[in-house]
Design a binder for this molecule. Sequence first.
Ligand code: GLC
Length: 416
Amino acid sequence: MNQQHTLRQRAQAILRQNDRGTYTVPTEGLYPFQWNWDSAFAAWGFSTFDLPRAWQELHTLMAAQWDNGMVPHIIFHQRDDGYFPGPDVWRCQTTPETSGVTQPPVAATMARACWAKNPELGKAHLARLYPQLKRWHAWFMRERCESGAVAIMHPWESGRDNAPDWDAAMAGIDTSPVGDYQRRDTQHVNADMRPTKEDYDRYLAIVYHARDSGWRDAEIRAHGPFRVADPGMSFILLRAQRDLCAIGEILGEDVSDIRAWIAQLEDGVNSLWNAQLGAFDARDLRTGEFAGSVSSASFLCWYAGVDALDMLKTWDQVWAACEFGVPSYTPGGEAFDPMRYWRGPVWVVVNALIGLGLSDCGHTQQAEQLKTASRQLIERAGFHEYFHPLDGSAAGGRDFTWTASVWLAWLAEGEV
Ligand code: GLC
C-alpha cells in the first residue's frame, strides 16, 4: 500500500471514530459535542465515501436552528463534564441544548458540494436544507450586516477564537463579574497551545452579558462589550450566499433576494480593506479602528470570489517568512506566537477554503503551493488540529475530524 492510500484509510477511520451516529465530534475528549462549521467539514469528508452519512450530518446541524434563524456554534447532544462552558453556563433554553452564538456558515457550500457528488440523490436533501439555510443567511443579513461587512459579537463566532484580530476590542472588557471557574480544555491540551486565562475571562464576560440580555440580538448589538467586523465571517458568508443562490436555482426558486444579499456583501467587504496593511483586516465597529492584522482570514477573499490582486503581494510576503503557510497570523506581526492556537499556527481546514478560492480565481500556482504545504504537514505530523507554521510540527488535538475531511475532499483528490 502506498502512503496516499494509507492516509486515506486513516482519514476515513478518524471520521468513523468521531462519528456519534447522527453527528460527528471534532475530536474525542477536547470537543465532545457537535460544532457548527466542523460539522459542515465533516459532511464534506463523508461525501467522499459515505454520501448518506454526509447529508445526515447537515440535517442534524440545521435541526438545531433557533426560531430567529441563527444556527448555534455548539449543540450539546448529551451531557459531558469534560467541557467548559457547558449548557448550564449558556442557559439558552432550547431543545436540544445549544450555545448562544453562531459560527462561519460553510454549510451551504458543503451542501452544494455533497449535491455535486450525486445530483439525483441530492436534490431532495437540498430541498429540505434550502429554507433552513436561507433563514440562517437572512439572520446574518438582518442582525449582523450593519456596516456591510459581517460583525461578530463574540470571538468564538469567528471560529478563530484568540486571533490577534480581536486584541484591541477585547482589551477593555470588564471581567469583574466573571468570578471563579474551572477550564477543561487545558486538561486535554498543553496550556501553551491554548488561549490565556485573560482571554477566557473575557470570553465569559461576553457570554454572561448576552445571556443576561436574554440572547436578544438588538440588545447584544447595542450594549454588548464586543462588536467587530470579521473578514473571515464576511468572506465565508459571501461565498455561502453564492452557493445558496446556485442551490435555489437548482430547485427552481426565486433567488432575487439572495442576489441582493450578494451585491450588499460584495460592496460591504470593501470596508475591510486596510490600505496601510495591504490586506483585508478586522475592524472594531465601536471605534472604527482596524486591527492591523494579516491573518489567514485575510486570504479568504478569493473563496468569496473577490480577486484582490494586492492580496497576492501580501501572499508572497507571508510565504517568504513561512514555509508551511498559511499561518493564522503573519510571522512578521508583533503578536505572532507559533504554537498558540489562532496566533500563528497553520490550520489546514482554513487552507482548504483558501485553496478552493485560489483555484476558482485561476491562481493555480498559489493553489498548488498551498496544497503541497498542507499535504506535507499531514504526511509528516498526522491529522492534528493545527501545526507550527515554521517547522511543521503538530499541535492541539489529534485525530481531528476536519483535518481528516480536508485530506479526503481536497488533498487526496486525484491522488488515490
Ligand atoms: C475551537 C476552534 C473552532 C472550532 C472548535 C471545534 O474552538 O477555534 O474554530 O470550531 O474548536 O473544533
